[in-house]
Design a protein around this ligand. Structure first.
Ligand SMILES: [Zn+2]
Length: 430
């Protein structure tokens, strides 16, 4: 492989992905703006003009911020790689750290410094999104103190959990021979599966409070729904999602027979018992169709392919040179390889992402169909309308934008699919 060819392919991928991103965002903005004036006919009786226009304005504001953020992110990416930013940071730490504390400390600090600089550069966008954009539309409930506390906790968690994990991967890269990538993949896969088990009980409570659902009538309903569907629940919890945001949600955690059901307090405030049951039936549909398990398998397969590719690239001098770094001669290049791979892949992967979005949308339709069989379609439609409205999701997205990005089908498509049942839809969609 010629380093110049890699540089050119990388630049071309960045340029092409940026052009497609801007083109799609422009399409979406035009489409939403063009339909801002009137509520679509199918929603005329159920969605107010005010809510419709708020959704349009929120969508447009997010798209504008997204465009600026993309442009900035890619400029930073080029600075790190082709313009020599990582090479500079590498030389700095190579001179300071490697001689005194050894190769492992140098590699950990290189990746740590990279992550720290990256998150500081993104910080203004996070602050703006939370305290300006979300605030303007009435969604933000995060205080400055909570924002800072969240940051500190995430950083500490990153060091406590990510540090040793990274050290393990770097050690495997150096000690496990030519097939290191297979061992590293195995270790990371075990960690990811473990994280799925410990996250709900150990990590999530660091950020939110979970209390047992106190509404006995609702507990009884939800329990009987789960019995009908052949599931057992270990517990029902309410999470104080309202601490940070007005957006509402519900989810399941846990494996096997005992599942924990977690409701955002914002969801319970907004939906009545029938609607909560319908939303839960949708979530059960994801379990019944094994969507989560299938996604985990897909993710593991993709990461195996990624590790195999990295295993090959890390041994080529042109991989480093092509992305702007002269490989070290005295000290291991493993940390550099990890960083360059992490930065080099996304512009290429962007063009694969519509496949994942389309799989995800198909899963949503399946879960909706399951909810229609085990609860009421009319209740789910009412719940969806409330949730789309509360999240200010636009009812009139650009179809191509949807195909490329949407993990959930737009409200109109979901309601149309639900409406094909013989159940009456009280005033919702035609
Ligand atoms: Zn879903």
């Amino acid at each position: 492989m010629n380093p110049v060819v890699l540089s050119l392919a990388f630049s071309a991928a960045i340029l092409a992905s940026l052009l497609v991103k801007f083109w799609l965002a422009t399409r979406q903005m035009r489409h939403v703006a063009a339909h801002r004036g009137a509520v679509p006919a199918a929603f005329a009786g159920t969605v107010s003009l005010e809510a419709h226009q708020k959704a349009a304005d929120y969508t447009l504001a997010k798209l504008r911020l997204g465009i600026v953020n993309e442009a900035f992110g890619n400029a930073v990416l080029i600075c790190w790689t082709l313009l020599g930013g990582l090479a500079w940071l590498n030389q700095l730490l190579l001179g300071w750290v490697a001689p005194h504390w050894g190769a492992m400390a140098y590699q950990l600090l290189l990746i740590g410094a990279f992550a720290l600089i990256g998150s500081l550069l993104e910080l203004p966008f996070d602050v703006y999104a939370t305290f300006k954009l979300e605030q303007r539309f009435g969604f933000n409930k995060t205080t400055a103190a909570l924002f800072v506390a969240d940051r500190v906790k995430s950083t500490l968690l990153g060091i406590v959990i990510g540090g040793p994990l990274l050290a393990l991967v770097l050690w495997i890269m150096q000690a496990a021979g030519a097939l290191w990538w297979l061992w590293a993949w195995g270790a990371l896969s075990v960690f990811q599966l473990l994280a799925m088990v410990i996250y709900p009980t150990l990590i999530a409570p660091l950020f939110n409070k979970f209390e047992p659902l106190a509404d006995d009538a609702l507990v009884a309903r939800v329990q009987s729904l789960m019995q009908r569907c052949g599931f057992r629940a270990k517990g029902f919890f309410v999470m104080d999602g309202s601490r940070r945001s007005a957006h509402a949600n519900a989810y399941f955690t846990g494996f096997g027979a005992g599942k924990r059901v977690v409701f955002f307090d914002t969801l319970l405030q907004r939906l009545n018992g029938d609607e909560v049951e319908a939303v839960l039936a949708h979530e059960l549909g994801h379990f019944a169709h094994r969507h989560i398990a299938k996604r985990v398998v897909l993710m593991l397969a993709f990461s195996l392919a990624g590790f195999a590719l990295l295993g090959w690239l890390a041994a080529q001098a042109s991989f480093y040179l092509g992305l702007g770094v002269v490989p070290n001669t005295q000290v291991s290049n493993d940390a550099l390889a990890l960083l360059l791979f992490m930065m080099g892949l996304p512009p290429f992967m962007y063009f694969v992402s519509p496949i994942f979005a389309s799989v995800s949308r198909r899963d949503e339709y399946q879960a909706d169909a399951y909810a229609r069989r085990h609860a009421s379609a009319a209740d789910l439609v009412r719940a969806l309308l409330k949730l789309y409205e509360d999240n200010a999701a636009t009812l009139t997205p650009d179809p191509l934008y949807v195909r490329f990005y949407y993990s959930h089908p737009p409200a109109s498509s979901r309601i149309a699919a639900l409406g094909t049942s013989d159940m009456p839809l009280a005033g919702a969609a035609a």
